[in-house]
Design a protein around this ligand. Structure first.
Ligand code: XIL
Length: 390
C-alpha cells in the first residue's frame, strides 16, 4: 500500500512506483521470460512514500564508481557524513571550503536524490580558530549567523531538511558544552540558529538532531522539553532527528523498538513536528555471527516499520552506504558490521529484512478501543493491549 502523505513524496518516488508498476505489468503480460533484477531498496521505499538515505563520504570514496553506483541505486537521499560540519567547511575565519559538499550535492541532484544538511551548530568537529577563540555574546551571534548565511544560503533550495543544531543536551543536567552555549547562552543559541536558518533557506525543514532519544529515557525527556520550549517560544523548528545509533541488543522483543519509537514520535507529532531517523546503524560485536546478523535484521525491521506507521515520519537515513564506510569500528573498537550491505556491497540479512518489509508492510493495527464499563458490569471490560506486531 503506497502512502501518499509523505512530505517529500516527489516525482522521484512517483517514478519509482511507476517503474515497479511497469515491470509488474510487463511480466504479467507474458513478456519474454527474462530474470528481472529484484527491486532496489530505493524503488521499494519510493513505493511507500519513504525517503531512504545514506551518509555520503568525501573523497576519495566519493569518486569510486562502485560506491557511486550503489549509493545512487539503493538510496533516494544523502547527507554529507562530515563535509558540511564547521571544521571541514569553514576551516579559517574568512575561508569556506565547499568543494566536497558541492560534489556531494551535485551527485545527489544528478541522480534525483534529496539531500539532508548536517549540521550548523555542534560541539564536535569545529575548527581550532573557533574553539580556541574567546568571543563576546554579540561576536558569537555574528559568527553563527554569518556561517549559517554562507552555508545554508549556498545550498538554499537544495536541502529538504537541515540539522540546524546537533546534540545540544548534555548527559547530566547541564547543556552539552560547545562554543555557542558558552558565548551566547543556552537555549538562546538554538533560537538564534533556527531563526537565521529559516531566513537563509526558507524552503528547508529545520531539525534538531540528537542521539539516544529514540526510546524512552531521561535524556529523551530532556530533549523533548528543550524542543517543546522552542515551539512555545515560536522558534521555527519543523522536526526532530532521531540519530538511532543502535546495537544488536537494542530491541529485546520483536515489538519493543517499534512500540518505543512510536511513543517517542507521537509526542513530537502532538507538537506539530516531524521526526526523521537520521543516522541509523546497528552495531554488532565483531566478528558477527549468523544469530547476530539475524537479530540485527530485526532491529532494522522494527525501526523502519515505526517510520512507516508513524504519521509524522517519512525519512530513514543510514549512517553509511556499506560496512566498508561505517564510522562504528573507529568509534567503538571491536564493533562493526552495522549497515545493510557488507564490505563488498553484498546484501546482508538486514538488507533482505528491510526489502521484505518495504515490499509488503503490515497494516498499522487498529487503534485500541476500550469498551466503557456499563453500570451493571461487575468485572472491568476487557482491554485490548496495543500490539504493534509486525
Ligand atoms: C561521525 C562521522 O561518521 C565520522 O566519520 C566522524 O569522524 C565523526 O562524526 N553523530 C553525528 C554524526 O551527528 O555527525 C557523527 O558522524 C556520528 C554521531
Amino acid at each position: 500500500m503506497a502512502r501518499s502523505r509523505g512530505r517529500h513524496r516527489t516525482l522521484t518516488s512517483v517514478a519509482g512506483s511507476l517503474a515497479l508498476l511497469v515491470g509488474t505489468v510487463l511480466v504479467g503480460a507474458g513478456a519474454p521470460a527474462q530474470a528481472q533484477p529484484p527491486p532496489t531498496l530505493r524503488e521499494l521505499a519510493a513505493a511507500q512514500g519513504l525517503h531512504l538515505g545514506a551518509a555520503v563520504a568525501g573523497p576519495p570514496t566519493l569518486a569510486d564508481p562502485t560506491y557511486r553506483e550503489v549509493l545512487t541505486r539503493e538510496f533516494s537521499m544523502g547527507t554529507s557524513e562530515n563535509d558540511m560540519k564547521w571544521g571541514p567547511i569553514h576551516p579559517a575565519p574568512d575561508t569556506y571550503a565547499f568543494a566536497n559538499a558541492d560534489a556531494q550535492a551535485a551527485l545527489l541532484a544528478d541522480n534525483a536524490m534529496a539531500m539532508r544538511g548536517h549540521n550548523l551548530a555542534w560541539h564536535m568537529q569545529n575548527p581550532d580558530w573557533l574553539t580556541s577563540g574567546t568571543w563576546t555574546r554579540d561576536e558569537a551571534i555574528g559568527l553563527l549567523e554569518d556561517h549559517i548565511d554562507a552555508v545554508a544560503g549556498r545550498y538554499a533550495g537544495r536541502i529538504v531538511e537541515w540539522d540546524v543544531v546537533n546534540e545540544a543536551v548534555g548527559l547530566g543536567d547541564d547543556p552539552w558544552p560547545n562554543p555557542w552555549s558558552a558565548s551566547i547562552g543556552y537555549p538562546d543559541y538554538l533560537d538564534v540558529a533556527f531563526h537565521r536558518a529559516r531566513l537563509a533557506d526558507p524552503s528547508a525543514q529545520l531539525f534538531y538532531n540528537d542521539f539516544g532519544i529514540e526510546l524512552a529515557n531521561p535524556r529523551a525527556d530532556a530533549v523533548y522539553d528543550l524542543v517543546r520550549g522552542m515551539v512555545g517560544r515560536g522558534v521555527p523548528i519543523d522536526g526532530v532527528g532521531f540519530q538511532a545509533h543502535l546495537s544488536v541488543d537494542s530491541c529485546p522483543t520483536p515489538t519493543s523498538c517499534t512500540d518505543g519509537l512510536l511513543t517517542e514520535m507521537a509526542r513530537y507529532e502532538a507538537l506539530g513536528l516531524q521526526v526523521s531517523i537520521t543516522e541509523l546503524d546497528v552495531a554488532i560485536p565483531l566478528p558477527a555471527d549468523a544469530d547476530e546478523l539475524a537479530r540485527q535484521a530485526d532491529v532494522y525491521r522494527q525501526v523502519v516499520l515505526a517510520c512507516l506507521w508513524a504519521p509524522n515520519c517519512d525519512t530513514v537515513v543510514l549512517w553509511g552506504v556499506s560496512d566498508a564506510h561505517s564510522w562504528i569500528p573507529g568509534f567503538r573498537p571491536g564493533w562493526g558490521a552495522a549497515l545493510l550491505l557488507d564490505e563488498q556491497y553484498q546484501p546482508k540479512p538486514a538488507y533482505d529484512a528491510v526489502a521484505a518489509l518495504l515490499a509488503d508492510p503490515p497494516a498499522l493495527p487498529a487503534p485500541t478501543t476500550t469498551v466503557p464499563a456499563s453500570p451493571t458490569t461487575v468485572a472491568p471490560a476487557a482491554q485490548v493491549t496495543p500490539a504493534f506486531t509486525g
